[in-house]
Design a binder for this molecule. Structure first.
Ligand SMILES: Nc1ncnc2c1ncn2[C@@H]1O[C@H](COP(=O)(O)OP(=O)(O)O)[C@@H](O)[C@H]1O
Ligand SMILES: [Mg+2]
Length: 283
């Protein structure tokens, strides 16, 4: 399955009354890769993810997930995927471990406790496992959410805006989690409105705009669409760092006169040649 498309989307259309959200969307996602669907708020990312995860029917077009048609074989599709929505589905009253055990039980899996412990370890949540999820940071909660969605080892996972609303540290944690998943062979389709997220994570990036995919490629392919970088000369204002270093940087230089770095004799009137910038400019 490594060279086949794990997800194939062809001519998908979807309208809500007069609102034509998807106007013929096409793309393939290679098995084991991370594919980012990039689009602004309201572009139709969640609508597409809902169609691919069989929660919503398309008006036209076809899509297969793990080789199964989303319209004709929704049960098989559901067994092949997990979906982590934009808003964490964690039960706050339960501990992290209890959340995982609950999902494993709902999926009728054997040894739910062992499954929970394994996932807690994989997501660096072992220590926090017996604490209520309400005490978790945003990043821990989202990691638990993703861990819950992995129960049953689905080969394909959909992450709808996995880091929206997270602080920078939590985003980095989630990014690492997603990279680890793909490293273990899981196919990841994630949606994002953040350019840096797509840049950090994705093997391929597709831009959804006005109902269609307007670009689809690797990061370097997308970068090549723009003219080559131009060198521009910009007048640089000193930063606070420049000012700070100019003021304190030479404190080890003797102020009683001596030789400077070039071996020249410096002034012995109590000032060195390299004092604060204002003096330099005055010379
Ligand atoms: N069930 C629905 N009924 C009517 N309009 C909807 C429905 N779901 C989404 N929309 C509209 O479709 C557009 C795309 O929404 P969505 O797929 O959620 O975008 P995104 O996830 O990219 O922010 C938005 O304008 C949204 O208001
Ligand atoms: Mg959305």
């Amino acid at each position: 399955m490594t060279t086949e498309a794990a997800i194939r989307v062809q001519g998908i259309e979807k309208s809500f009354k007069d609102l034509h959200v998807l106007r013929g969307v096409d793309f393939d996602v290679r098995a084991g890769s991370i594919f980012a669907l990039l689009g602004s708020n309201g572009a139709g990312k969640t609508t597409l993810v809902r169609i691919l995860s069989t929660l919503l029917k398309a008006d036209a077009g076809t899509a297969t997930v793990h080789g199964f048609d989303v319209a004709a074989e929704p049960g098989d599709v559901r067994e092949s995927i997990s979906l982590t929505g934009q808003f964490a589905a964690v039960d706050e009253v339960l501990t992290g471990r209890e959340n995982l055990v609950l999902v494993a039980r709902l999926r009728h899996l054997e040894n739910p406790g062992a499954i929970a412990d394994d996932l807690l370890a994989r997501f660096s949540l072992t220590e926090a496992g017996n604490r209520k999820a309400s005490t978790y940071s945003g990043g821990m909660r989202r990691r638990l959410d993703i861990a819950m969605s992995l129960i049953g080892n689905p080969p394909i996972i959909f992450l709808d805006e996995p880091t929206t609303g997270l602080d920078p540290q939590a985003r980095i944690e989630v990014w690492q989690t997603v990279k680890d998943l793909a490293g273990q062979g899981t196919t990841v389709l994630l949606t994002t409105q953040y350019l840096d997220e797509a840049e950090q994570l994705a093997d391929r990036i597709a831009i959804l705009h006005k109902g269609t995919i307007i670009q689809n490629g690797t990061l370097s392919e997308l970068k090549r669409l723009l003219p080559p970088a131009k060198v521009e000369y910009v007048e640089k204002q000193p930063s606070l760092e420049d000012v700070f270093l100019a003021l304190v940087g030479d404190t080890d230089v003797s102020d009683t006169g001596g030789t400077d770095d070039d071996g020249r004799r410096t002034a012995d009137d109590g000032r060195t040649d390299r004092a604060v910038p204002a003096r330099k400019e005055a010379r």
